[in-house]
Design a protein around this ligand. Structure first.
Ligand code: GRF
Length: 225
C-alpha cells in the first residue's frame, strides 16, 4: 500500500558501507539485499557477513550461493553468543548490522557497542514516538504490535491494516527511531501464512530502502566532515 522513507537524501557522494545480516530462518529479506546489490541498486554496499543462530537456516545457503561469508553461531548463553557475534562484526568490519528475521533479543550492552548501527525489520506498524498505537495514512488507529507472532495477532485482533517497520535498535524491544515502513491491508480471508507472505513482498523493498537510507546518512556525514 504505502512505502515511506522518513527522509530523502540529496547527497551525490556515496560512502561505501559493509553490511552484516543476522538471521534465524528463510532469509528472503537477505535475498532481497543480495539481489539489490547484484543488480547495482545499492552501489557501494557490500554484504560482508551473514550470521545465523540456527544451523539449518536457509538464509545461510542463500549467502553461500552468493559467496558471502556465512556463519552459524549457536545461541546457548547470551553473553557468550553476543561476545562471539561482536568479535565477528568487528573482524569483518561491519558498518551496519541488519536484523532480518533474527529471533533473539540483544542486550543493552551489545547494542551500546554499535550505536545507531543496528536496524531491525519488524512485521507490524510501529509509531515514531514509541506510543502504543499507530495511525495509518488513511487515519485508522491500530495497536502497535510488538514482540513475536504479531502477524497472527493482527488477524486475531481483527485489524484492517498491518505492515512492516524498519527501525534503529535500542534496548527497548521493537522500539527505536523509525527509518521506513510499509502499510499492508489485511484481507477478510487472510491467514497468518498469506498475510506473512504479502508483508514480506513489501519488506523486500523496504529493507533495501532502509539500507540505502543508512548509506545516504553516512554519505552526508562524510561530506560534512
Ligand atoms: C520478516 O517478516 C521479518 O519482519 C521478521 O521475520 C521475517 C523474516 O523473514 N522479523 P525472512 O527470513 O527474511 O524470509
Amino acid at each position: 500500500m504505502e512505502i515511506s522513507v522518513n527522509e530523502q537524501s540529496t547527497s551525490q557522494h556515496t560512502t561505501p558501507i559493509r553490511v552484516a545480516v543476522l538471521i534465524s530462518g528463510s532469509g528472503s529479506n537477505l535475498q532481497a539485499l543480495i539481489d539489490a546489490v547484484e543488480s547495482q541498486q545499492l552501489p557501494g554496499v557490500e554484504l560482508a557477513l551473514v550470521i545465523s543462530n540456527k544451523a539449518n537456516a536457509y538464509g545461510l545457503q542463500r549467502a553461500l550461493q552468493h559467496k558471502i561469508p556465512a556463519i552459524y553461531l549457536p545461541w546457548k548463553k547470551r553473553e557468550e553468543a553476543e561476545a562471539n557475534i561482536s568479535s565477528l562484526l568487528k573482524l569483518f568490519q561491519a558498518d551496519l548490522i541488519v536484523l532480518a528475521g533474527f529471533l533473539r533479543i540483544l542486550s543493552a550492552d551489545f547494542i551500546s557497542q554499535f550505536p545507531q548501527r543496528i536496524i531491525n525489520l519488524h512485521p507490524a506498524l510501529l509509531p515514531d514516538n514509541g506510543a502504543d498505537t499507530y495511525t495509518t495514512s488513511n487515519g485508522t488507529t491500530i495497536p502497535a504490535l510488538r514482540g513475536l507472532h504479531v502477524v497472527k495477532q493482527a488477524i486475531d485482533e481483527g485489524l484492517k491494516y498491518t505492515g512492516s517497520t524498519v527501525h534503529y535498535v535500542i534496548p527497548v524491544v521493537d522500539a527505536g527511531p523509525v527509518i521506513a515502513r510499509s502499510e499492508v491491508a489485511i484481507q477478510p480471508d487472510d491467514t497468518e501464512e498469506t498475510l506473512q507472505e504479502r508483508i514480506k513482498e513489501y519488506e523486500h523493498r523496504l529493507i533495501v530502502d532502509a539500507v540505502r537510507f543508512y548509506q545516504e546518512q553516512k554519505s552526508k556525514e562524510a561530506v560534512q566532515r
